[in-house]
Design a protein around this ligand. Structure first.
Ligand SMILES: Nc1ncnc2c1ncn2[C@@H]1O[C@H](COP(=O)(O)OP(=O)(O)OP(=O)(O)O)[C@@H](O)[C@H]1O
Length: 254
């Protein structure tokens, strides 16, 4: 497996997202098996793999939402099982289907999460204004989340993720179900965020890698099968597609 190397004598940035031998068993079935990688400060990493590969499970293990059967997950150096509060202060997590509080409005949801995180009232007010602006939620701020389009729901999710100014973002399929314009907007936002934050985003869309990422971790059947630079996966869509088939062991149909 190839590992990304720092160029020349450049100092190695601190690891911000670490999976060390993470396995999750459901009975005899391994949803993930010995998953190990480290995403360093300044990287925007694609977590790539086919449906059912173990992306969401790994992300839940990394965020402390699920306990691993074995292995350790760390965010900004903090163990997400034993130092959960310190880890969560530095982490913004967008789960697969976004925030599921359909009766709340974006305003009440942001307030709820900010208070739950113990943010001081004045800071929360300022940060709410910032994320409402950044995620362009002004027009829907008082509408029930359940009545919003998928694109707006995803933006509410991003606003909630960014509210407490975390250094690390873990985003589970942030562009799933969006139309092409919304996808372009979310990709632009993630590229901007990637200038100051460390990001791991899951996808099974190869173009996402090119559009946003400077690092790729590829998982198949619960195991990491590639960890490297996007260019190593192939320089054009056909090469990327062929590599995806190779890594997943998919058989070409006649
Ligand atoms: N609670 C559970 N009980 C049993 N099996 C589970 C459970 N959660 C996940 N799995 C299984 O673990 C495997 C990995 O699932 P996971 O959701 O992590 O995949 P994924 O890569 O995120 O897929 P997708 O791209 O479809 O979201 C799948 O086979 C899934 O059915």
């Amino acid at each position: 497996m190839s590992m990304p190397q720092p160029a020349g004598d450049a100092p190695v940035a601190a690891p911000m997202i670490e999976a060390e031998g993470l396995s999750k068993f459901y009975g005899d079935f391994a949803a993930t098996r010995d998953v190990t990688f480290a995403i360093r400060q300044g990287e925007v990493a694609a977590f790539l793999g086919p449906n059912g590969a173990g992306k969401s499970t790994t992300m839940k293990l990394l965020t402390g939402y699920l306990s691993p059967s074995s292995g350790v997950a760390k965010i900004a150096g903090y163990n997400t099982s034993t130092d959960r509060i310190e880890a969560s202060k530095r982490l913004g997590y967008l789960p697969e289907n976004g925030p599921l509080y359909p009766d709340m409005t974006p305003r009440t949801l942001l307030k709820f999460f900010g208070q739950a995180r113990g943010m001081a009232a004045s800071r929360l007010k300022n940060r709410m204004e910032d994320v409402i602006d950044q995620c362009r939620l002004e027009t829907v701020i008082g509408k029930p989340i359940g009545k919003l389009s998928k694109g707006y729901r995803q933006r509410v999710g991003m606003a909630q993720v960014l509210l407490h100014e975390p250094d690390v973002l873990i985003l589970d399929e942030p562009t799933a179900g969006l139309d092409p314009n919304q996808i372009r907007e979310v990709r632009k936002l993630i590229r901007e965020l990637g200038e100051t934050k460390t990001v791991l985003l899951s996808t099974h869309i190869l173009q996402e890698v090119e559009a946003m990422c400077n690092r790729v971790v590829f998982i198949n059947e619960g195991r990491v099968v590639f960890d490297g630079l996007p260019a190593e996966l192939g320089s054009d869509p056909a090469a990327l597609d062929a590599k995806f088939h190779e890594l997943t062991g998919a058989v070409e149909s006649a």
